[in-house]
Design a protein around this ligand. Structure first.
Ligand SMILES: NC(=O)c1ccc[n+]([C@@H]2O[C@H](COP(=O)([O-])OP(=O)(O)OC[C@H]3O[C@@H](n4cnc5c(N)ncnc54)[C@H](OP(=O)(O)O)[C@@H]3O)[C@@H](O)[C@H]2O)c1
Length: 428
């Protein structure tokens, strides 16, 4: 019996999903064991050319009517947004016992556990592979291929826009604003790039990854989030000199206290796997036992990569292999204790700008000493007496609460002329 798909949203992802389902129809039928056909569609503008023949599909002005339609077995929402029409269509579809597929990380990071519970209660499947790292089947890898592992750490490059900007800054020495403008011109960054460059997009994906890796509900508010706005050409150059690359990393780690989740620009050793991921590519490293390390790399966004994941979810459901979204029973998706970021243990990079006068370095070293933080290396180039000069230090392992106290004291030194830049060093 045909699986009848209702598609809500016909933009970059929706139109490509419709194209892929049509173009690969016979292959998909073979893999699913039955035909998969888009029977109803909804978007805002009926007259827009979507580059795919939708004349056989029923058009619905109201997405919620589509979600409740008796002629649809699976609702695929690719509008976007944390709430609004997207959430209402999820609730309407699941409430009516229909399967639900989405690429919407914002909605799943906030409401995923409740929607998974609704799906389970109504005998439907929910799937959202496309919400995390686009074309990389990382949720499936965690839920299925690595199901026998205890996962200890999941981390990676989850935002292609930021990775493109950091790669360009490294290769050309240009400033952040300049490269951001280029990313916008190339279509890699939105006109309003806030969600990408402030780390929100990566934090939504990390919350979902973490929920699947460690069990529990996604907890977006528990992700300590910062982005790449503050990364300067100067820090990129110092990173290079110290043998690091700067990457925006999402990191989720299991600790004795719970799960620590953070998104931030990090120093990563130049030879490490993630430091070598350039441009818009995404990569996720999974560490677990007994598998050890497993790295997945691929395109994180774009119509093709995202539709690839959406269609995979649809094929699974059509073939009777639909799942529970988070890979565990809804009853087990409770709150997981969050490890506070102050407990993070690791090494750090600190850059100061100080007035170059006798005794300054001794003063700086004194602050580290008073807090018991041991300095691994110090870089200071040139001497310009009574002029501002950058001074860079890397530390041995300490904890985040201590290094923040150090940074705050360093910023208060009479010779310091701007707040210190603090970055985590991540052994990626
Ligand atoms: N683009 C990517 O690379 C990518 C990657 C991963 C995940 N995603 C996720 O995929 C989802 C869709 O992204 P996208 O890039 O495809 O967005 P998009 O190109 O902006 O498309 C959005 C679609 O939703 C329709 N729409 C908006 N409001 C609507 C409403 N009130 N009622 C009915 N239809 C409405 C629009 O209709 P009109 O066309 O008529 O205006 C459009 O077809 C988002 O959740 C996004 O986070 C996207």
């Amino acid at each position: 019996m045909t699986l009848r798909v209702g598609l809500i949203g016909l933009g970059v992802v929706g139109a490509e999903t419709a194209r892929t389902l049509a173009k690969h129809a016979s292959m998909i039928e073979a893999r699913a064991g039955r035909p998969v056909v888009v029977t109803e569609v909804s978007a805002r503008d009926r007259s827009k050319d979507r580059g795919v023949d939708l004349t056989a599909c029923r058009w619905r002005d109201d997405p919620l009517e589509l979600a409740a339609s008796p002629d649809v077995d699976l609702v695929c929402e690719v509008i976007g947004g944390e709430g609004g029409v997207a959430l209402a269509s999820a609730e309407a579809a699941l409430g009516a016992g229909k399967h639900f597929v989405t690429a919407n990380k914002a909605m799943i990071a906030r409401h995923g556990a409740r929607l998974a519970a609704m799906a389970e209660a109504n005998g439907a499947s929910i799937a959202f592979e496309a919400a995390v790292a686009g074309g990389i089947p990382v949720l499936k890898a965690l839920k299925e291929g690595l199901a026998g592992n205890r996962i200890d750490r999941v981390y990676g490059i989850l935002n292609g826009t930021c990775n493109f900007i950091l790669t360009e800054m490294f290769e050309t020495g240009r400033a952040f604003d300049d490269v951001l403008a280029e990313a916008q011109a190339l279509g890699y960054a939105e006109a309003d790039p806030t969600f990408d460059i402030d780390g929100v997009d990566a934090a939504q994906k990390l919350a979902i990854l973490s929920a699947i890796a460690f069990g529990g509900a996604p907890d977006f508010d528990a992700v300590e989030t910062s982005g790449i706005r503050q990364v300067s050409a100067l820090d990129i150059a110092f990173a290079k000199e110290l043998g690091y690359r700067i990457r925006l990393l999402g990191v989720a780690v299991r600790s004795e206290m719970g799960v620590e989740q953070r998104v931030s620009a990090c120093m990563t050793p130049a030879g490490s796997a993630l430091a070598r991921i350039d441009g818009v590519t995404n990569a996720v490293m999974i560490e677990g036992a007994p598998v050890g390390q497993s790295l997945l790399v691929g395109p994180g966004a774009g119509g093709g990569a995202t539709a690839s994941a959406v269609v995979a979810d649809i094929v699974d459901i059509a073939g009777g292999r639909g799942g529970r979204g988070f890979g565990a029973a809804a009853a087990s998706l409770g709150a997981t204790p969050a490890t506070p970021i102050s407990a993070r243990h690791g090494a750090y990079y600190i850059r100061l700008v100080v007035i170059d006068r006798p005794g300054v370095i001794a003063e700086v070293a004194g602050v580290f000493g008073r807090h018991g933080v041991s300095i691994e290396s110090v870089l200071q180039h040139g001497r310009q007496p009574e002029e501002p000069v950058p001074v860079v230090m890397t530390t041995h392992e300490t904890n985040e609460a201590t290094i923040r106290a150090v940074a705050s004291e360093l910023g208060a030194l009479a010779a310091a002329i701007e707040p210190p830049i603090l970055m985590r060093i991540e052994s990626a």
